[in-house]
Design a protein around this ligand. Structure first.
Ligand code: PLP
Length: 354
């Protein structure tokens, strides 16, 4: 039995170990100088936007919505084909999630569905850059502006991706990132908010921890630790090389699969993907493909575990593209340490099934 090829894997080496070791040895285990250094490095990379580190992407979105004063009864627009974290966070603040369908060129919000979904109580749009490909930012930003909605970029899968040569995370009023262990750069668990507003950044920092405050207003315990932050700083330095390797693997996959009876990811030079995930769209139900690949020790999954409209019991007829993506899409192994030989094994195994 050949070895198992995992679906995703963090890239960590001596550089992370030694930098973290210092903090562990000194017993500096909570939020301190290393968190501030990570925030500064992240900010510097993103046009000097204010950066606030937290303990997860979910916490980052939670604090963002609170900082914007979005609360009970307010509507927040979310695409259906996305991580369940977004739905959870809407519930944290008792906001009403307004779920819309996606476009199949980027697996993010459909402009048509988005326009139709905006109502009187709508306050914000959360736009994920799915699988590392930037969403239609210019169009979505124009809709947000016209309808006076706050645009929140979900960059959990797209750190380092660019839209028209500008980094994602620099378009929204607020944007957030996740450094969960499967993401492009990781701190185990972790997250970050970016904002151009100093006032919002102050509110985020205030909400992030409860200690030594003048009042007992609601606050959270969402800090990142110093040893996570120092790992994040090292990971951020490696980001460009991570993206280069992800793109090289994606090119191999596309070369191999493009001539076959299957759809490969659509490339757009204006908003190139960093290939957090590589999604093939099959001409038929993905069940047998996924089963056969996993039986050979090549871990493949659907792009999203379960779409939000199904969690909410909404009629699938209103989400035809999300349903197609769930039924036909398969996510292949892709990460910087995936070797050329492993890549070959994935291609050969997949080809035999197509
Ligand atoms: C991972 C992810 C999140 C949630 O981040 P956590 O750190 O797991 O809380 C949110 N949105 C998207 C698109 C994600 O991929």
């Amino acid at each position: 039995m050949p070895s198992i090829i995992s679906h995703s894997k963090p890239t960590i080496d001596e550089k992370e170990f030694t930098s973290m070791d210092r903090y562990l040895q000194r017993g500096e285990l909570t939020m301190g100088a290393a968190v501030e250094a990570f925030e500064n490095a992240f900010s510097k990379r993103h046009e000097g936007r204010h950066a606030v580190a937290v303990n997860s992407g979910s916490s980052a979105l939670h604090l963002s919505l609170l900082a914007l004063d979005i609360g009970p009864g307010d509507e927040v627009i979310l695409p259906s084909y996305v991580c369940a974290a977004l739905l959870n966070v809407a519930w944290y603040i008792r906001a009403r999630p307004r779920i819309v369908d996606i476009d199949l060129d980027d697996f993010s919000l459909s402009l048509q569905a988005l326009t139709r979904a905006v109502g009187r109580r709508t306050r914000a749009i959360v736009v994920p850059h799915m699988f590392g490909k930037p969403a239609k930012l210019a169009e979505i930003r124009a809709i947000a502006k016209e309808r006076r909605l706050t645009l929140i970029e979900d960059c959990a899968q797209a750190v380092g991706a660019t839209y028209g040569n500008r980094l994602v995370g620099t378009f929204g009023v607020l944007s957030f990132f996740s450094f969960y262990s499967t993401k492009v750069i990781t701190t185990g668990h972790g997250g970050m908010v970016l904002t151009s507003s100093k006032a919002l950044a102050r509110r985020l920092m205030d909400l992030r921890s409860y200690d030594k405050k003048p009042s007992t207003r609601l606050r959270f315990n969402y800090s990142m630790t110093d040893f996570q932050a120092v790992m994040g700083t090292v990971q951020l330095k490696k980001l460009a090389s991570f993206i280069r390797r992800r793109r090289a693997i994606a090119r191999r996959y596309t070369q191999a699969f493009a001539p076959l009876n299957v759809e490969v990811p659509i490339e757009d030079p204006h908003r190139p993907s960093i290939y957090y995930r590589y999604i093939l769209t099959l001409p038929r139900d993905n069940g047998p493909f996924l089963k056969a690949m996993n039986e050979q020790g090549i871990c493949c999954t659907k792009g999203v575990y379960r779409p939000l409209h199904r969690y909410l019991g909404l009629s699938s007829r209103r989400f035809p593209n999300t349903e197609d993506a769930m039924r036909l899409g398969v996510s292949l192994p892709i990460y910087p340490t995936l070797t050329d030989a492993e890549c070959r094994r994935v291609i050969d195994a997949a080809k035999a099934l197509l």
